[in-house]
Design a protein around this ligand. Structure first.
Ligand code: ADP
Ligand code: MG
Length: 744
């Protein structure tokens, strides 16, 4: 009888639980909970199960209250109770007391002469308490312990899976990314409840079985259990590896599919004799480096193939990417279009579009190209937001001239201008080419198939694509985010460059640095000063780190250090027009010192600026510092880089300095990027967010074998099933990825 009056067993609530069920179907959630979960994107049971722990904590050092003995230094977790404050009747010293309880027992706590302590604490609080066990057996208490308030208690052995484990060699519990309203403990227990239903059996593993077997990865079910409730650290690791693989695999599959769609389109076949190219190359005022020659070869091979080229050219700042771009542009601009329908040769040549990320850079490329093409009857156009130009001018065949946009577009459309250089303005709808055969992109990470196709327009042929970058990223990241591209590496600097002199400095040594800069300014050189922030930090948030800001540092330098120098500033909050004006002035040497944030990173070339001071250097990744210092290795004068830490001793300064020392030793940016990946952890990898990888995915990048495996499997999958008709779950996943990666 009594049984009937009891509420239904909670287990029944989980009966028939499906992965797609809303959490609210099975769990009673109050409003704050619901809101918090929504913020984390967790609506369904499946969402919850795939909300993976961020890390694990070892609880083997936690003691239970019941086990405490006299004189022990104890650390216990529990709930406070019975708090009150009184005065001892003898000494009139205020005494606060209470107890802590952890499910095994309760122990008294006494604080002497700390009347405020009871005011800061309340009954029922979750706390961590650390102090000495005093008193006599049976009447033990903790005297003056330290108390730390907690959001929740760690899952302890008494209420967890660890309770019944025989081999308790590891005692780790998961810690989830918490948000206001949901604790790690809630996640843990709720996931456990899901596990007690049969929901795991209803999940479909999207990764083909063969792949899991080949790489010894756990199935989805097992991996979920292992990642949420590991009995051994090994299990957690193995499960994390699986999910990391899965993430990289989806990206690789998306990329492989993209590549496959490019491969079915036709391209312009460009076949150029080496002797023809040599004539162009011979006119460079330098011999090509081996790496440049090899890259040009790679590209010429692609040009002659059946499919459109998709190639990434990675090369440090100053490694000579422009010369490679110019040579390949030459090959294209001197090739004839294929025969038209009437079998007669069409007028003009194949065309090249060369896109730069900023107006300054577009102009610089235009000027370099004029030098390289000056002797040839090949017209070059420039299109930017603020105007258009054409080389050569009708009146003066050695000079460019300003022309109207309408005129330029007309000549591009009828094929009279074979080479068009520009900013993003290049891909506007109004720009139409006659035979666009080759697209070159400088420093543009996000340029997807969609944009490429848009450029091809009505033309049935897809242009070849050469994407160039100086952003040093580790090989694993390149293989992943550029999975659809073949990669060429310029890993060799032109000969005869004076290597930059890099010095590490602390604030107390800065006077010497300034002295050096003064002598350089006197000799007619210019300098950059890089600061980590734009403005002074909010003074109410007294930060331990005193980071220099562009505005204040510029003022200070002007008033106290370089009184005669012309100083200006550059940062990301300025409009493009303002930035251009300042850069123009710096280029013309109307400014001696440019105080800037890291915005100067991207490819600006001012050969006379041979000094760079980087303040707060420990804040930057090595690869980024390397790129910044690349700003000053353009000229023929000796270049200097001073990396200044923000404090004389930066905490674990030994490590910081050691890390910065790598800057003085590494051969190139890619080496530094690898170093960053292993030393600082992927989480801090420069520019992390733009790649759209989760923390777990970034972790995977430390494992080249895993990345290569994911790539190989993705390519194999697409070869077998290009439209992924047999793998609908994967198809859905990669549709989302393609969207976020390209913002198409
Ligand atoms: P980046 O790879 O950063 O775009 P650039 O193409 O701007 O580098 O080249 C940097 C400088 O090096 C330019 O002044 C260019 O003329 C010069 N340069 C390029 N290739 C060589 C080479 N093989 N030998 C000597 N100088 C070179
Ligand atoms: Mg460049």
């Amino acid at each position: 009888m009594i049984l009937f009056c009891q509420p239904l067993s909670p287990l029944l609530l989980f009966w028939g639980m499906l992965p797609s069920d809303l959490l609210t179907t099975h769990f009673r959630l109050d409003e704050p909970h619901k809101k918090a979960l929504k913020r984390l994107g967790i609506l369904t049971i499946e969402n919850l199960l795939l909300h993976l722990p961020q890390r694990y904590e070892d609880i083997s050092s936690i003691q239970s209250v019941g086990s405490l003995v006299k004189d022990q230094d104890a650390v216990v977790f529990g709930q406070l109770g019975g708090l009150n404050t009184r005065k001892s009747w003898k000494s009139r010293v205020p005494i606060s007391e209470g107890w802590i309880e952890d499910g095994t027992a309760r122990i008294k706590i006494m604080w002497f002469n700390q009347p405020y302590i009871a005011k800061m604490l309340t009954d029922g609080l979750y706390v961590k308490v650390a102090g000495k066990v005093t008193g006599t057996e049976g009447k033990l208490y903790l005297a003056n312990p330290e108390v730390e308030k907690l959001d929740s208690l760690p899952i302890d052995r008494h209420d967890s899976i660890f309770k019944d484990t025989e081999q308790l060699d590891e005692t780790i519990y998961p810690v989830y990314r918490e948000t206001k309203g949901v604790t790690s403990k809630w996640f843990y227990h709720t996931v456990q409840k899901c596990f007690s239903s049969s929901v795991l059996d209803k999940l479909i593993d999207p990764i083909p079985e063969g792949i899991l077997k080949r790489y010894n990865l756990p199935t989805l079910n097992t991996a979920l259990i292992w990642i949420h409730t590991p009995k051994k650290a090994e299990h957690a690791q193995s499960a994390r590896k699986r999910f990391a693989f899965e993430e990289v695999f989806y990206i690789q599959t998306a990329k492989a599919k993209e590549r496959a769609t490019i491969n079915v389109s036709n391209s312009y076949i460009v076949k150029t004799e080496q002797s023809h190219l040599d004539k162009f190359i011979e006119r460079f005022p330098f011999p090509l480096t081996k790496a440049q020659a090899r890259t040009i070869d790679d590209i010429m091979k692609d040009f002659g193939g059946k499919h459109p080229m998709s190639r990434l050219l990675e090369g440090d700042v100053g490694s000579g990417k422009t010369a490679v771009a110019a040579t390949t542009a030459y090959a294209v601009a001197t090739s004839r279009p294929p025969e038209g329908s009437g079998k007669k040769l069409e007028f003009g040549a194949l065309q090249v579009a060369y896109m730069a990320p900023t107006e300054i850079l577009a102009k610089q490329h235009f000027e370099s190209f004029i030098q390289y093409f000056a002797h040839l009857p090949i017209a070059i156009g420039l299109i930017t937001g603020s105007g258009c130009m054409k080389f050569p001018s009708k009146g003066n065949p050695t000079k460019p001239t300003t022309i109207s946009r309408t005129q330029l577009l007309k000549w591009v459309k009828n094929g009279e201008i074979p080479i068009l250089i520009g900013t993003h303005a290049l891909i506007y709808k109004s720009v139409e080419f006659k035979h666009l055969a080759h697209v070159i992109i400088d420093e543009q990470h996000r340029f997807g198939t969609g944009q490429r196709r848009a450029l091809a327009k009505k033309d049935t042929r897809m242009p070849h694509l050469l994407s160039m970058t100086a952003t040093p990223i580790p090989r694993t990241l390149a293989l992943t985010v550029y999975g659809d591209l073949d990669i060429s590496l310029l890993d060799e600097m032109p000969k005869g460059r004076k290597p930059i002199i890099t010095k590490l400095s602390t604030p107390s040594q800065i006077d010497k640095v300034y002295e050096h800069i003064r002598s350089e300014l006197k000799a007619g050189r210019q300098a950059y000063v890089i600061c980590p922030r734009i403005d002074e930090p909010d003074p109410t948030k007294e930060n331990a780190l005193q980071l220099k800001s562009v505005k204040q540092e510029a003022q200070r330098l002007k008033e106290q250090i370089f009184k005669d120098a012309r100083i200006d500033i550059l940062h990301s909050k300025m409009t493009p027009k303002e930035k251009d004006t300042v850069m123009e002035k710096f280029m013309k040497h109307e400014v001696d010192i440019l105080v800037a944030t890291s915005v100067v990173e991207v490819g600006v070339n001012v050969p006379n600026a041979t000094n760079i001071i980087i303040e707060g250097a420990e804040r930057f990744g090595l690869a980024q510092l390397h790129q910044l210092r690349g700003r000053v290795v353009r000229g023929t004068h000796q270049a200097y880089c001073f990396s200044v830490t923000s404090k004389d001793s930066t905490g674990k300064s030994g490590k910081t300095l050691e890390r910065l020392k790598a800057l003085t030793q590494a051969k190139n940016g890619f080496e530094l990027a690898e170093y960053d990946l292993t030393q600082r952890g992927s989480g801090e990898l420069y520019g992390l967010k733009q790649w759209g990888l989760s923390d777990l995915g970034m972790e995977a990048l430390k494992n080249i074998k895993l990345v290569e495996a994911a790539r190989k499997e993705a390519q194999r999958l697409i070869e077998e099933d290009q439209e992924l008709t047999k793998h609908p779950i994967i198809a859905t996943k990669i549709a989302t990825i393609s969207k976020t990666l390209h913002m198409e």
